[in-house]
Design a protein around this ligand. Structure first.
Ligand code: GLU
Length: 400
């Protein structure tokens, strides 16, 4: 993934006529915190926080708990965050954290101990005006609540602005849970408007039905009656139904602790995650992990549009191949920026001691996202470059 992030930056920089020195400056990382967390049960987990750039404001970005987390992945994700906040015009920088752990192997006590110890190691380097972490893969508002609580115990900071993605009871923002998914729906809708395709019927598949994918589908179910979800997958299996799956049913099933393997409904058959990537759909929404479309499966893609809701789900090689085939890739640093946009709104509320209504938050999210996609499309036309290049060009302009 680090290679993909570097390649995306280099490609855009070249189109702006920047030299290798300038590219190096854009890629260079400010700080890396690498440490081990030892739990009372004797197990040790490698942990990271990478602070890429604070040129536009405090470092900002999630913390993921996943067995495949490593330093290069966290570096790539930190770089993506700086370009994301810049591409959508937020006064924030970019960072990312991670712990190499499979949270499914931990009980609640271990999970709390791990989350609190992460903050105990990192507290001198984070804070409301330094570095503001948030949830990412396998982390959630409950975990962030433990972290913000630990930060408050250690430092006495009562603003809650040291972390975003908290529960609403702990100072989180209304609308934050759905923000990444609903931002993706707004981004796709705005892009389709620019392409003259507003209101057209389309079919889509969602890879990954966690917080991001499930909200994308349920928000689209309410707001986009012409979009039909015909396939969805989680890590257990994929589901297919030509006449349409019901996003709210799938989401309820997942919230009740079920996996897609146990999901049964009329007309629904099972497919693999790879089948889903190669399915005949208009839009493929990638909301699982990085490199989901890669050199092995890129030839199977039939979709006309790909929405990168995960971070780095289309590898660089796959992107170049698909771009030549005129598959439109809506890039991650725009498509999934809804989460960090509402994180920014949460941070503003915490700093000013305000609580905004859900509709107020959603209106602001919509404004940021439509204007980011409008600017993206403008650069795509004026520079005659892919949407991915256009997103990075817009980000580089804001980072320079
Ligand atoms: N983890 C999310 C992302 O990758 C959100 C980051 C944040 O809100 O700071 O964009």
């Amino acid at each position: 993934m680090l290679e993909t992030a570097h390649a995306a930056i280099r490609s855009a920089a070249t189109k702006l006529g920047l030299d290798e020195d300038a590219v190096k400056q854009l890629i260079d990382i400010n700080n890396e915190h690498i440490f081990d967390i030892k739990l009372k049960n004797g197990r040790t987990y490698p942990a990271y926080r990478v602070q890429h750039s604070n040129k536009r404001g405090p470092y900002k970005g999630g913390i993921r708990f996943h067995p495949e987390v490593d330093i290069d992945e966290v570096r790539a994700l930190a770089i993506l965050m700086s370009f994301k906040t810049a591409a959508v015009g937020l006064p924030l920088g970019g960072g990312k954290g991670g712990i190499e752990v499979d949270p499914k192997t931990l009980n609640q006590n271990d999970l709390e101990e791990l989350s609190r110890k992460y903050v105990r190691h990192l507290h001198p380097h984070i804070g409301p005006d330094k570095d503001v972490p948030a949830p990412d893969v396998n982390t959630n508002p409950g975990i962030i609540d433990w972290m913000v609580d630990e930060y408050e115990i250690i430092t006495g900071d009562k603003t809650g602005a040291s972390f975003t993605g908290k529960t609403v009871a702990r100072g989180g923002s209304l609308g934050r849970d759905a923000a990444t998914g609903s931002g993706g729906v707004i981004a796709l809708e705005t892009l389709l408007k620019h392409l003259g395709k507003t209101g057209q019927k389309l079919t889509y598949g969602v890879q990954g039905f966690g917080n991001v994918g499930s909200f994308f589908a349920t928000v689209a179910e309410g707001d986009q009656p012409n979009w039909r979800l015909i396939a969805a997958s989680d890590s257990s299996t994929g589901l297919y139904c030509k006449s349409g799956l019901k996003p709210s049913d799938l989401s309820r099933h997942k919230k009740n602790g079920g996996s897609f393997k146990e999901y049964k409904a009329d007309g629904v058959s099972s497919i693999t995650n790879q089948d889903l990537v190669g399915l005949e759909v208009d839009v493929l929404v990638l909301a699982a992990l990085g490199d989901a479309v890669n050199k092995k499966n890129m030839h199977t893609v039939q979709a006309k549009y790909i929405v990168e809701m995960a971070n780095g789900p289309v590898s660089n090689e796959a992107f170049e191949f698909l771009d030549k085939k005129d598959v439109v890739v809506l890039p991650d640093i725009i498509a999934n920026a809804g989460g960090v946009i509402v994180s920014y709104l949460e941070w503003l509320q915490n700093k000013s001691g305000e609580h905004w209504s859900e509709s107020g938050v959603n209106n602001k999210l919509e404004k940021y996202m439509t204007s980011a996609v409008d600017n993206l499309y403008k650069t795509h036309l004026s520079k005659k470059v892919s949407l991915r290049d256009a997103a990075y060009i817009n980000a580089i302009k804001n980072l320079s």
